[in-house]
Write a protein that binds this ligand. Structure first.
Ligand code: PBG
Length: 324
């Protein structure tokens, strides 16, 4: 027998061969583009720690959505930066809140673009927490009512999918009940099921000015050390009626993505969060890494780990690259 019999390199010799046997293929069709919307007109305010990402006023947001859609990106997820914040995050569920206005404008201008709304209070509360504060703690059950109102108002404004990111217990069931009672039985819920209390959200909190004013989010977001608990969280959300589940952040939690893929048959999303984006952007700016290759490799790894859908601030850049 000639040695060696097996030569894995045979299938790596040319790009044509490599492409023939490639196991994972990224597509712009599975990307979701996160966008921040703020009051005013003609605003395109760059986020310092997330170069190339902006706070958009509704009019400019519509243009950005159209340009993403034209690149083959099927969906955006919207985060609102309200005019005023208060104790109970009123603008999260105001019929004419910033996100509600944005959804109406985007759906009117680009009807076939899927508009996902993040359901949470932190961008809207003066204390920056994702729920109602009672006696210095984040009160689970009184928060559910407000989340349900926020989700309903977003769907009434035209949102195609609602995505609760608050990590309160029981919120998926509460939101499902609220939507069904109002006749929105066909609107899917994308649940941030395994959302970790991560330092990788730093730049987002700068963008949305939503850092907690006291304490941290560890009493509701998951401990980064836990893997089994993610399965429990996902199982609960699926039971409560989640249509799509999400793991967040993505790259530091690829084991969780893979485990979720093995245990559940619902579509799985992963969120390459602000800090993941900023690390790559900053190192590339310094000339230490190849931005485009690292971008594609990081997205491929998330897809390979088992995510069907990827939320990423690189959405437009990756879609442009995937076109060529
Ligand atoms: C909460 C929410 C956050 C992110 C998405 N939804 C912030 C947080 O939990 O502090 C973070 C996304 C990112 O870092 O890109 N509304």
């Amino acid at each position: 027998m000639p040695f060696p019999l097996h030569r894995p390199r045979r299938l790596r010799r040319t790009e044509a061969l490599r492409s023939l046997v490639r196991e994972t293929r990224l597509s712009a069709r599975s990307l979701v583009y996160p966008l921040f919307v703020c009051p005013g007109t003609n605003v395109r305010d760059e986020i310092r720690s997330m170069p190339g990402n902006f706070r958009w006023s509704v009019d400019r947001l519509v243009e950005e959505c159209r340009s993403a859609f034209d690149l083959g990106i099927p969906a955006v997820i919207l985060f609102g930066i309200p005019e005023r914040k208060d104790e109970v995050g009123s603008e999260a569920y105001a019929p004419d809140g910033i996100v509600q206005r944005a959804v109406r404008a985007v759906k009117k201008a680009v009807p076939d673009l899927i508009v996902i709304c993040d359901v949470c209070l932190d961008e809207y509360t003066s204390h920056g927490h994702c729920g109602v504060v009672k006696n210095g703690e984040i009160d689970n059950d009184s928060t559910l009512e407000l989340l349900a109102r926020a989700a309903l108002s977003q769907v009434q404004a035209g949102a195609d999918i609602v995505a609760p990111s608050d990590m309160m217990d029981g919120r998926v069931r509460r939101i499902r009940g609220e939507l069904d009672a109002a006749g929105f039985t066909q609107t899917p819920i994308l649940a941030y099921s395994a959302k970790y209390a991560s330092a990788f959200y730093g730049p987002f909190r700068e963008a949305a000015n939503s850092a907690p004013q006291f304490g941290d989010r560890k009493s509701y977001q998951m401990d980064p050390a836990n893997q089994r608990e993610a399965l429990r969280e996902i199982a609960l959300d699926v039971e409560e009626g989640a249509d799509i589940i999400m793991v967040k952040p993505a790259m530091p939690y690829l084991d969780v993505v893979t485990l979720a893929r093995q245990h559940f048959d619902v579509p799985i999303a992963a969120y390459q969060v602000s800090g993941e984006f900023s690390l790559i952007a900053a190192a590339a700016e310094k000339g230490w890494i190849d931005r485009e290759r690292i971008m594609m490799e990081s997205l491929t790894s998330i897809h390979r780990a088992g995510a069907d859908i990827i939320l990423t601030y690189f959405a437009k850049e990756a879609a442009t690259r995937l076109r060529c």
